[in-house]
Ligand binder design. Structure first.
Ligand SMILES: Nc1nc2c(ncn2[C@@H]2O[C@H](COP(=O)(O)OP(=O)(O)OP(=O)(O)O)[C@@H](O)[C@H]2O)c(=O)[nH]1
Ligand SMILES: [Mg+2]
Length: 388
């Protein structure tokens, strides 16, 4: 884990900003689980940069090495790479959209990776091609969960029909979303028909994941003392299903009690998906029990949302949401990177905390300053241009 600050964080940014950035995956390995049995058709000498066409053709040809490199390109924050990545994506867009995206969220240790390994093995053995994107792996909490994940998904990572990719957890929330969204598109273009997105549930993450996936699965463990807290937080309102994991051994009975409690609670909540009533299931991922039922449920769900057109509708509105996320993110960066704002912000904050200025007035003052500098830049551009 690098302690590098992401470049967008304002100089006086506090804990509310992510201040640690995971090292790019490429520096450790190429994102390929196990050994790739497919030989890349592009020479790897000196890892020369691929052309746009090589990226596009490689992804379409399901070349996993090129897929991994294209994801790395997309994760890059350099403007040159971003431009290239956008061109690659544009050309791949016609080949996207044909997958089921499943978001899997739960507290650290809930058993997400174990569940993914169990269900994933069943899916690949029945002919599915599965991509697993581990967003925000909990390495910040458990130090090195990426490695842990690789061992926990040991069998799965050796499957040629499975592609496992840990994603960087740093950057803006929008950055993570943009990259994960774009990675999903790449995986779809490469022919993966099931995409799992594993994230640690820490509040905001769940909302982000909901905006990326078709089906949102919340993993819980019984007896963790948080059974009904989730309801208050509104997180379970986002879930299409809750899976009480570790329903085995001494925990079995508690898991069943938790299932009934959650079922009752869900009864009073509005479903996040029209035409679908959220369900609560139990499973023991470690023993593979109840795991197949989860997939049966997802298939049922997919049939319903295809029939009532919600699948397509949701994907479209997620794309629209995406545009606005990007605009918001960009405007925020412009604002906080602005020299005038950077100079003025601490004073405005001090005035507010000293009680000499109301927060609204401070915000208005800063925004007015910002707008003024924007116009000045525009006027400066006009200066020197010959009049018509
Ligand atoms: N008894 C039991 N243990 C389980 C089960 N599923 C997972 N575990 C154990 O719980 C621990 C955490 O499992 P993981 O799959 O790594 O959990 P995770 O949610 O992916 O954790 P992070 O990635 O760190 O957030 C491991 O020791 C697993 O062996 C289960 O169904 N039953
Ligand atoms: Mg995990």
């Amino acid at each position: 884990m690098d302690k590098k600050r992401p470049e967008w964080v304002p100089a006086d940014g506090g804990k509310e900003f992510t201040t640690s950035v995971m090292k790019g995956v490429e520096s450790m390995h190429d994102g390929m689980p196990g050994t790739s049995r497919i030989t890349s058709h592009v020479p790897q000498v000196h890892r020369r940069q691929l052309t746009i066409d090589e990226h596009v053709q490689g992804v379409l040809a399901k070349d996993r090495t090129i897929l991994a490199r294209t994801i790395t390109l997309i994760e890059s924050n350099s403007p040159r790479h971003m431009q290239k990545a956008q061109e690659v994506l544009k050309q791949l867009l016609p080949y996207t959209g044909k997958s089921v995206r499943l978001g899997i969220t739960g507290v650290p240790g809930a058993g997400k990776s174990t569940f993914i390994e169990a269900l994933g093995m069943q899916l690949v053995s029945s002919g599915h091609a599965l991509a697993v994107l581990a967003v925000d792996p909990s390495s910040s909490l458990t130090k090195g969960s990426v490695l842990g994940d690789k061992t926990r998904m040991e069998k799965l990572s050796r499957e040629t029909n499975c592609f496992i990719r840990p994603s960087p957890s740093g950057g803006t929330l929008g950055g993570v979303t943009r990259k994960t969204r774009e990675t999903c598109l790449l995986c779809e273009a490469a022919g993966f028909d099931v995409i799992f997105i594993e994230t640690v549930g820490v509040g905001q993450n769940e909302i982000t994941v909901r905006s990326l996936v078709d089906f949102f699965l919340l993993l819980k463990i019984a007896g963790a003392g948080d059974e009904l807290q989730g309801i208050k937080k509104g997180i379970i309102e986002l879930a299409d299903a809750i899976l009480i994991n570790k329903a085995d051994g001494d925990n079995l009975q508690r898991a069943e009690v938790a299932r009934d409690e959650f079922s009752r609670a869900l009864h009073y909540l509005k479903s996040p998906t029209r035409g679908w009533t959220p369900r609560v299931l139990t499973a023991s991922s470690i023993h593979g029990k109840g795991v197949a039922d989860v997939w049966k449920m997802v298939e049922e769900f997919v049939a319903i949302v295809h029939k009532n057109k919600l699948f397509e509708e949701r994907r479209k509105s997620q794309m629209i949401e995406w545009i606005h996320d990007l605009i918001r993110e960009h405007l925020e960066q412009l604002f906080y990177h602005n020299d005038v704002i950077r100079a003025e912000l601490p004073q405005a904050e001090a005035a507010v905390t000293a009680g000499t200025m109301p927060p609204t007035a401070a915000a208005q003052h800063l925004l007015a300053l910002f707008e003024k500098t924007l116009f000045q830049t525009e006027y400066a551009k006009l200066d020197g241009k010959p009049e018509k």
